[in-house]
Write a protein that binds this ligand. Structure first.
Ligand SMILES: Cc1ncc(C[n+]2csc(CCOP(=O)(O)OP(=O)(O)O)c2C)c(N)n1
Ligand SMILES: [Mg+2]
Length: 375
């Protein structure tokens, strides 16, 4: 039995988080880590051609995503956001269907590279591979929400490298002008592949740039899950109240190379990586849960073993799932009319057909700006 300690001024309570929330956050963090370790193993075994690691970023992704509401809000993640997507309802099974390029992969039916997360059902918006292209998408979605009077907000994540792109400036500027209900979350891991921060910007922090767009910018410790939650909750409340965007910069670190195709020994010392691992957000949050009496001393290893077993089971299920019909290779890659005759199968296909039916029966509204001019 866990020994209950006097909670007194427990930080999570003042943030309105229940014990159930805390354990849910912790288990999601560990699940993401187990998925990451499994996908790297599969890569080395030659079963997964390309993987994008999340390890090190779980704290800031889960802390921020937890403050949004599933089924109501919309998330616009980037490739490193496996953990944020798990919060929004993507499952380890979905992750590995994508890793293996299976037709039931909810993100793209195996058409996109892995880690290009997407689910219409879960309000997860797909991204393109060029960095920062999701930023104008997120601003546009937030504009549509405001225009339609929808009671929801957009959460959009990106790396520090993305903030050097023109798309980033345009999206943030537009969101500031129109006071859009969007929260911009930068996962600052100090590198854009091999390019360090000092070669990307002449200011100290990404958050300083928010001033140029007319909304608040804050920097938080990305290894402090509750700190990330707190900053995001405040930003979500602001957005829901109609007070516009916030830029949150989470200082984090990726423990693995950029992707399975990268060799980070060419640009980072092993000492630097080891130092970062000492501040592993999973270890720090596990300690907090032990202090709060929510986990027994040493129970972290049991949770890890239990979730590893679950993830390994999902890897096997995804591996055994049917492969795509070779005849369907062109579907969703070229025009629908040409692809339809190739008869793809799978859950992604069913959803896509339903979407196309809905699109053709919808009348698109004409947007007007605040002066009433048609655009
Ligand atoms: C426009 C564009 N330029 C370059 C690339 C190649 N590229 C892919 S990921 C990446 C690094 C992005 O770094 P950052 O935004 O900091 O995210 P991180 O990978 O560190 O999480 C680059 C340069 C690309 N995909 N698109
Ligand atoms: Mg980076």
């Amino acid at each position: 039995m866990a020994t209950r300690v006097e909670k007194g001024e427990a930080r999570h309570r003042s943030l309105g988080l229940s014990e159930e929330d805390l354990l849910g956050m912790y288990r999601t963090m560990v699940t993401a880590r187990m998925c990451d370790e499994a996908q790297f193993r599969l890569n080395r075994q030659g079963r997964a051609p390309f993987v994008v690691p999340v390890s090190g970023h779980e704290g800031c992704q889960i802390g921020t995503a937890w403050a949004l509401e599933r089924g109501r809000d919309v998330i616009v993640p980037y490739y490193r956001d496996m953990a944020a997507c798990l919060v929004f309802g993507l499952t380890p099974q979905d992750v590995f269907l994508g890793v293996f390029g299976k037709p039931d992969d909810p993100s793209s039916g195996g058409r996109q590279m892995p880690a290009h997360w997407s689910s219409r059902k879960l309000n997860i918006i797909t991204g393109s591979s060029p960095i920062a292209t999701q930023i104008p998408h997120a601003a546009g979605i937030a504009y549509a929400m405001k225009y339609r009077g929808e009671d929801a907000v957009v959460g959009c994540w990106f790396g520090d490298g993305a903030t050097s792109e023109g798309d980033w400036h345009e999206g943030l500027n537009f969101s500031g002008i129109h006071k859009l209900p969007v929260i911009w979350v930068c996962e600052n891991n100090r590198y854009a592949i091999s390019v360090p921060l000092s070669k990307q910007m002449a200011v100290k922090q990404v958050s300083m740039r928010a001033a140029a767009y007319g909304f608040p910018g804050v920097t938080v410790d990305g290894n402090d899950v509750l700190g990330c939650y707190e900053a995001m909750k405040e930003a979500v409340d602001r957005a829901r109240a109609g007070d516009g965007p916030t830029l949150i910069e989470c200082m984090t670190y990726r423990f693995h190379p950029h992707t399975s195709d990268d060799d980070d020994r060419t640009y980072r010392s092993r000492e630097e990586v080891d130092e970062a691992k000492r501040n592993d957000p999973i270890i720090l949050f596990g300690r907090y849960l032990v202090e709060q009496g929510l986990l027994r001393e040493g129970q972290e290893d049991e949770v890890r073993a239990e979730l590893k077993q679950e993830v390994d089971r999902e890897v096997d299920r995804a591996w055994d799932a049917p492969d795509a019909d070779p005849e369907s290779a062109l579907q969703h890659v070229y025009a629908e009319a040409a692809a339809a005759s190739h008869g793809a199968t799978g859950a992604f296909q069913d959803e896509e057909e339903e979407r196309l039916e809905n699109v053709s029966s919808e009348v698109s509204p004409t947007l007007e700006d605040e002066t009433g001019d048609r655009q």
